[in-house]
Design a protein around this ligand. Structure first.
Ligand SMILES: Cc1ncc(COP(=O)(O)O)c(C=O)c1O
Length: 384
């Protein structure tokens, strides 16, 4: 019997073990190759074994593998400076996971405003720690852990009037994903983020953008909130930031940073040397390898599979999302199509929308893989 505590989902996504990977390909023990269109839950932005990332980690491991996070550290300063500049925010606090970044954002927002209510979005997802469950509406995450934490109001994503109606002077912050990932790559209407910013300002609430899935180049922009002329007060990111090394971050405006004081929050591992080396390597690769335009080109190719597109695939009824975070909306359950694609050597993901096939490949994906996906989809959707 396995010694593992198995309380995550059954391994229906991958009923086999992957033992190695290179670039956009991953391999089983018998050498069977798969194009990785899932990136391990939207994490592997550079792909497997990226040379710059490997070199950065190896070199940091041999130079200084760990020091306490309460000591000054040049590489942490550099990682923070680079990430803040990339995002257009001012300050960075490194943590280890997305949920931890959201917890930190909620703490800052409550203290900065002296208010306790959070307005979050129906169908949103913010992590599995207790405070994150409080702002994640789905019963599938919450029901066995009630009562969940926090004074939270949920409103429909993308509906600015509903948001306005939920806001008053007790609201500390509005928390949202700028594109809802796990829900099924749900996009808000154009102008929504700008309207959210204005609505927050009207009642003195803060705007927290959860960019854990969308951030760090994933959608072909540095951060998804850059699709509109608006600046959140607090932004969280993780996943792609380390390309598989666990690192996440809370980004703050200077005004938010000014409300915090030394020692009020902390973490043993957050901002450790290896995590910072990984994050810098990701930011370096995004710049040196033009990964933002590359991600956009991948998104455009996949979008051309929508009805009316140059590569329209019968059975694909819509394509949502951008860059390397896309949802192919099918006329049938995505899980069966995902299984057929797997048999054709292509790994994809699912979402809460049962007809959404979630695609989150590395931004380094070669064209050959995109053509393989197209051919496999035509075959899978034509067959059944
Ligand atoms: C939008 C969003 N927020 C938060 C999280 C939680 O991140 P983590 O699993 O690193 O705690 C996720 C993870 O999927 C996510 O997609």
């Amino acid at each position: 019997m396995s010694a593992l505590l198995d309380i995550i989902s059954p391994p229906s996504l991958l009923p086999f073990e992957l033992v190695s990977g290179q670039g956009s390909r991953v391999f089983t023990s018998d050498g069977t190759p798969y194009w990785d269109f899932y990136g391990g839950h939207a994490v592997a932005l550079l792909g497997q074994g990226h040379p710059g990332w490997v070199q950065a980690l190896a070199s940091q491991a041999t130079t200084l593998s760990f020091v306490t996070t309460v000591a000054p550290l040049a590489i942490r300063e550099e990682a923070a400076r680079r990430l803040a500049a990339f995002a257009g925010l001012d300050r960075v606090f490194f943590v280890n996971s997305g949920a931890e970044a959201n917890e930190a954002a909620l703490k800052v927002a409550r203290k900065a405003t002296g208010r306790s209510v959070i307005v979050a979005m129906e169908r949103g997802f913010h992590g599995r720690t207790m405070a994150c469950l409080g702002v994640t509406q789905s019963a599938s995450y919450r029901s066995q852990h009630s009562p969940v934490h926090g004074d939270v109001r949920f409103v429909p994503f993308g509906d600015i009037e509903a948001l306005d109606a939920a806001l008053d002077d007790t609201v500390a912050a509005v928390l949202l994903e700028p594109l809802q990932g796990i829900a099924g790559i749900l996009e808000p209407p154009p102008g929504y983020l700008t309207d959210v910013r204005a609505a927050c300002d009207r009642v003195g609430a803060l705007f927290i953008c959860d960019e854990i899935q969308t951030g760090v180049g994933r959608t072909g922009l540095p951060f998804r909130f850059h699709s509109e002329p608006c600046r959140p007060d607090l932004v969280t990111c993780g996943k792609s930031l380390g390309n598989g090394f666990p690192v996440a971050a809370l980004l703050l405006t200077e005004a938010m940073a000014a409300t915090t004081s030394p020692g009020e929050h902390g973490t043993t591992f957050g901002g450790a040397p290896l995590a910072c080396a990984a994050a810098i390597a990701v930011l370096d690769a995004i710049e040196a390898e033009d990964l933002l335009p590359k991600a956009r080109a991948i998104g455009a190719f996949v979008r051309s599979m929508a009805p009316g597109g140059a590569r329209a695939v019968p059975g694909v009824v819509a394509v949502r999302g951008d860059g390397c975070l896309l949802g192919l909306i099918l006329d049938r359950p995505a899980s069966s199509v995902g299984a057929a694609l797997r048999d054709a050597g292509i790994l994809t993901g699912t979402a809460h929308d049962p007809c959404c096939l979630r695609i989150c490949p590395p931004a380094t994906l070669p064209d050959e893989a995109l053509h393989a996906l197209h051919a496999a989809l035509v075959a899978a959707l034509g067959d059944s």
